[in-house]
Design a protein around this ligand. Structure first.
Ligand code: ADP
Ligand code: MG
Length: 764
C-alpha cells in the first residue's frame, strides 16, 4: 500500500525518483503530492512570452511559426532553429542534433516547451528544450501521460527543473494518484464536515488533475485549511503551555505609585488606555505569564499605557523593565518616563515624592562607574524601573525581582527572545510587547499568534490632523512652498524635521532604501526584512531602526542617483532654504552622547530643524514639531512613512507632512506616496503595505510555528479562514491538548514544525 511516506522509487522507479530528489528535493509520495502546480494552462492558451526572465527555468505553451534546419561545418552535427510565438512575441528554440524534432514541430503546431531561458545575440532562446506535443497527445490519449488533464482543458504547470519538465512531474503525480486509495487525513472529520471540505486525497486529485477552475479552488481551499489549522494548533499549544507555566501573580496595592501617577496626570486617559490598563492589571495578577501585544495608531499613547503597567508591577512589589531596540531610543524613553513621572521617579533625590521609586538606564555605552552603580540598584531592588536595550536580557544583569518586561516597538523581539526570558528563571516575568505599526489582524494572528492582542484605536483628544502632500521635485513652485512652510512654522515658534534615507559621506555601504517595499530584494540578506516589516516579524536586526545600517543600493546599481543624505543636505539647506535657522543633524553614526545632546536640545526647542535619518522613526516625542519634509520619500515603505509622519502633529497645532519625491506622477512609487498622503488610517496603510509585499517576506523571517510552510494561505485574502482555523484550533487544544484523538493531525504538526520549534514545544 502506498501512503505519504512511501519512497518515490517504489512509485515511479529509481531513475525518475533520483531525478525528483536531485532536482526538486522530493523524496516521498507526500513530498510529491505537496509539490503543487504553480499555475494552470488552459488548453489552447499560449504563454505570454514577453516577460520571460533570463536564467529562469520555464514551461511555456507556444505555437510553431517557422522551422529552419542549418547544416553545420562538422558534417555529423546539425542544428534546428524553431521560432515559436504566443501571438505577439516570439521565442527562439535551438536544437542541436535533434533533426528528428522537425517531424513533430510543424508550422502551426502548439506544444509545451521547457528549458532555461538564455540570451543569444539579444534574443531570448531555449537551447535543446524538452518538448511536449499537445495536439498529438489529444489525438492519441494513450501515448502521453498528460492525456486526462488535457482532455479536461487544464494543464498543471509545476515548478520544474531543466532535466525535469513540468509534464514529467505531472505524469509522476498521475502515477502516484492512480496508486493511492486513501491518505491519512490531518483535518478532523468534524471540521471537514462543518466547513464542507473535501478529504485530503480528493483535494490532491482536484489540484493536480482538475477538470475546471472550480475544482482547483475546492482542492486549494481544503489544502489551505491544512496550513491554517496546523499553524494555529501550534500557536494554540504555545498559548496553552504558557498558561501552564508558573509566574508570580502580581497584585498591586491600590494606593501606590499608579494611583499617585494617575492623580498627577495632566490629561485624562483615553477610554482605550484605561481599558487596556485594566486588562493588564488583571493579567499580571494571574499565576501564569501575561503575553500581550499592544498595538496602536501612531500617537495613540502607548507609552503611558506601558508606564502605568510598570507602575502596577512596582506597586505589587516587583521591578519592571522597558526594552528599546536602540540606545538612542532607550535614552529617549528614559527622558520621557522621567518627565511623565516627575517627583514619583526621583527616589533618593532631594524633591522625591514619598512613594517614589528610582528609574535607571542600563546600556552598553555607560561608563564603568555609572554602569556598576545602575546594576547595583537593579540588583538590590532600589531601582523599580529599568530602561535599556535588549542587551539587558542577554547579559547577566541580576534583578532583585523582575515582574514585568515591556518591549517597545517590537522590532526585534521574537519567540527566541521570549524563550530566553522564560528560561532565565523558574518564574518568568509578565511580558507586554508594543508595536509601532498597526498590524493587519491576520498577520497578528499568524506571526504573533501566541500573543493576546490589545489595540488602541483612538487618539487622545485635542490632536490636530496632519495634512500630507506629495511634492514633486520637478515642480519649482511646490518645492519653494515646501521650504517656505518649514520657515513659516519655525517663525511661529514651532520646529521641523527633514528626513533623509541616508547619512552620507563614506556610507556607500550604509546606504539603502530604508524600506522601499517595491524594490528591496526580498532575500538580500537572510532574515533581514525591509523596514517596517520588521514590525510584523520581530526578526529585523537592531540597526535597522536607525536607518543607518542597511547595506546595498547606493542608487547606482539600479540606475538611480543616490538618495538624499543628511550630511549633504544639512549644509546645503543652511546655505539656501534654511539660512539663519538653527539646524542640526541626527543619525545613527553619531556617538551616543552626541545623539543625546542633539535630542535634548531639540526637545528643549534650542534646535529649529532636525535633519535626520529614520532614527526618529519611533519614539521621538516633541509635540512642538509641526512639519516634516521627507526627502526622496519614495525610498521609504508605506508603513514607515506613516510612522515617520507620526512624529509631527503630536501637539495641538496642525501638523504637516511633505513627501518630496522625484517619482513621476502616476508611477507606482507616486501612487504609494499618494496613498499615504490620502489617509491617516494606519491600519488601512498597513494592509496596503502588506498587499504590496510578497507574503513570503512577512513570513520568511518566521519566528517559528511552521510559518515557513505557508504556501497557499494569503494573509489578507484568507482572513476568514484563518480566523475560523484559530477558533477551531483553540477549541481542539482545550479538549485534546495532546491530540491523542487526532493522530494524523499530530503527525502533520510534528512534520511541519521545524526543529527549533519542536525544541520549544518540548521545553514548554
Ligand atoms: P505612541 O503610541 O505613538 O507611542 P506616545 O505614547 O508617544 O504615542 O504618546 C504621544 C503623545 O501623546 C505623548 O506626548 C503623550 O504624552 C501624549 N498622550 C498620551 N496619552 C494622552 C492622553 N490620554 N491625552 C493627551 N495626551 C496624551
Ligand atoms: Mg511610542
Amino acid at each position: 500500500m502506498i501512503d505519504q511516506t512511501t519512497r518515490l522509487r517504489d512509485v515511479v522507479g529509481a531513475a525518475t525518483a533520483t531525478a525528483l530528489a536531485d532536482a526538486l528535493s522530493l523524496e516521498t509520495s507526500g513530498d510529491l503530492l505537496a509539490h503543487l502546480p504553480r499555475r494552470y494552462h488552459e488548453r489552447g492558451e499560449l504563454t505570454d512570452l514577453a516577460n520571460l526572465a533570463v536564467g529562469e527555468v520555464v514551461t511555456v505553451q507556444a505555437q510553431v511559426v517557422s522551422v529552419k534546419r542549418r547544416p553545420m561545418r562538422e558534417r555529423r552535427r546539425s542544428m534546428l532553429t524553431v521560432t515559436v510565438t504566443d501571438g505577439s512575441h516570439n521565442l527562439l528554440l535551438t536544437f542541436f542534433n535533434q533533426v528528428w524534432q522537425e517531424r513533430n514541430l510543424r508550422q502551426g503546431v502548439t506544444a509545451l516547451f521547457a528549458g532555461k531561458v538564455e540570451e543569444y545575440r539579444g534574443r531570448r532562446q531555449l537551447t535543446n528544450p524538452e518538448v511536449h506535443l499537445l495536439d498529438a497527445e489529444s489525438a492519441d490519449p494513450g501515448t502521453h501521460g498528460g492525456a486526462e488533464s488535457f482532455a479536461s482543458g487544464l494543464v498543471p504547470i509545476y515548478p520544474s527543473a531543466v532535466k525535469l519538465p513540468s509534464w514529467k512531474i505531472g505524469s509522476c503525480v498521475r502515477i502516484l494518484l492512480a496508486g493511492l486509495t486513501e491518505l491519512d487525513d490531518p483535518l478532523p472529520a468534524a471540521i471537514r464536515d462543518k466547513y464542507r471540505l473535501v478529504g485530503l486525497l480528493d483535494a490532491y486529485r482536484l489540484v493536480h488533475q482538475p477538470s475546471s477552475w472550480a475544482e482547483v479552488a475546492r482542492g486549494r481551499l481544503r489544502l489551505k485549511w491544512d496550513e491554517a489549522l496546523i499553524l494555529q494548533v501550534a500557536l494554540a499549544r504555545r498559548r496553552l503551555d504558557n498558561e501552564q507555566t508558573a509566574a508570580t501573580a502580581r497584585v498591586p496595592r491600590a494606593d501606590g505609585l499608579l494611583a499617585a501617577f494617575d492623580a498627577a496626570l495632566p490629561f485624562p486617559l483615553t477610554a482605550g488606555q484605561r481599558a487596556v490598563g485594566e486588562t493588564i492589571k488583571a493579567e499580571i495578577a494571574r499565576p501564569f505569564p501575561m503575553h500581550r501585544l499592544l498595538q496602536g495608531e501612531v500617537g495613540s499613547g502607548k507609552t503611558v499605557v506601558a508606564l502605568r503597567a510598570m507602575l502596577a508591577a512596582v506597586d505589587a512589589g516587583g521591578q519592571a523593565v522597558l526594552l528599546a531596540p536602540t540606545e538612542t531610543l532607550a535614552s529617549q524613553h528614559l527622558r520621557s518616563l522621567r518627565n511623565l513621572l516627575g517627583p514619583l521617579g526621583q527616589a533618593g533625590e532631594l524633591d522625591a515624592a514619598p512613594l517614589a521609586t528610582r528609574i535607571v538606564l542600563v546600556t552598553g555605552s555607560l561608563g564603568v562607574r555609572s554602569r556598576r552603580e545602575a546594576l547595583g540598584a537593579v540588583a538590590d531592588g532600589s531601582a523599580g524601573l529599568v530602561v535599556g536595550t535588549h542587551a539587558l536580557l542577554e547579559e547577566s544583569v541580576t534583578f532583585r525581582d523582575l515582574a514585568l518586561v515591556v518591549v517597545d516597538e517590537q522590532h526585534r523581539f521574537g519567540v527566541e527572545q521570549r524563550d530566553a526570558l522564560r528560561s532565565r528563571s523558574a518564574r518568568p516575568p509578565h511580558v507586554l510587547v508594543m508595536t509601532a505599526t498597526p498590524i493587519p489582524r491576520t498577520v497578528a494572528m499568524t506571526v504573533f499568534g501566541d500573543l493576546e492582542v490589545s489595540t488602541l484605536t483612538e487618539l487622545p483628544a485635542g490632536r490636530s490632523p496632519i495634512a500630507s502632500f506629495v511634492v514633486p521635485a520637478t515642480n519649482k513652485v511646490w518645492t519653494d512652498r515646501m521650504w517656505g512652510r518649514v520657515r513659516d512654522e519655525v517663525a511661529k515658534g514651532h520646529q521641523a524635521y527633514v528626513v533623509c534615507p541616508r547619512i552620507g559621506e563614506d556610507d556607500a555601504a550604509a546606504d539603502a532604501p530604508p524600506d522601499a517595499a517595491a524594490d528591496a530584494p526580498p532575500d538580500a540578506a537572510d532574515g533581514v526584512l525591509p523596514g517596517s516589516l520588521a514590525a510584523f516579524s520581530g526578526g529585523a536586526p537592531p540597526g535597522m531602526i536607525d536607518g543607518d545600517t542597511w547595506d546595498a543600493t547606493a542608487g547606482s546599481e539600479d540606475g538611480r542617483r543616490p538618495s538624499a543624505a543628511v550630511l549633504d543636505l544639512l549644509p546645503a539647506l543652511r546655505d539656501t532654504e534654511l539660512v539663519g535657522l538653527r539646524a542640526a543633524a541626527l543619525h545613527g553614526r553619531l556617538r551616543p552622547d552626541d545623539k543625546d545632546e542633539v535630542m535634548t536640545k531639540f526637545a528643549a526647542g534650542d534646535i529649529d530643524v532636525l535633519v535626520a535619518t529614520t532614527v526618529i522613526e519611533v519614539g521621538v516625542d516633541v509635540p512642538n514639531a509641526t512639519v516634516m519634509v521627507i526627502a526622496d520619500a519614495d525610498r521609504f515603505g508605506i508603513s514607515q512613512l506613516h510612522q515617520l509622519r507620526g512624529r509631527v502633529g503630536r501637539g495641538s497645532a496642525p501638523g504637516w507632512c511633505l513627501l518630496y519625491t522625484e517619482a513621476e506622477h502616476g508611477s507606482p512609487a507616486w501612487e504609494r506616496l499618494a496613498a499615504v498622503a490620502a489617509t491617516a488610517d494606519g491600519a488601512q496603510l498597513a494592509r496596503l503595505d502588506l498587499a504590496q509585499r510578497r507574503e513570503g517576506d512577512v513570513l520568511g523571517a518566521a519566528q517559528s510555528g511552521g510559518r515557513r510552510s505557508l504556501r497557499l494561505l494569503e494573509l489578507l485574502k484568507d482572513e476568514e479562514l484563518i480566523r475560523s482555523a484559530r477558533d477551531e484550533a483553540t477549541a481542539l487544544m482545550r479538549v485534546d491538548p495532546q491530540l491523542s484523538a487526532q493522530p494524523a493531525l499530530a503527525a502533520a504538526l510534528a512534520a511541519t514544525l521545524d526543529e527549533s520549534t519542536a525544541a520549544y514545544l518540548e521545553k514548554g
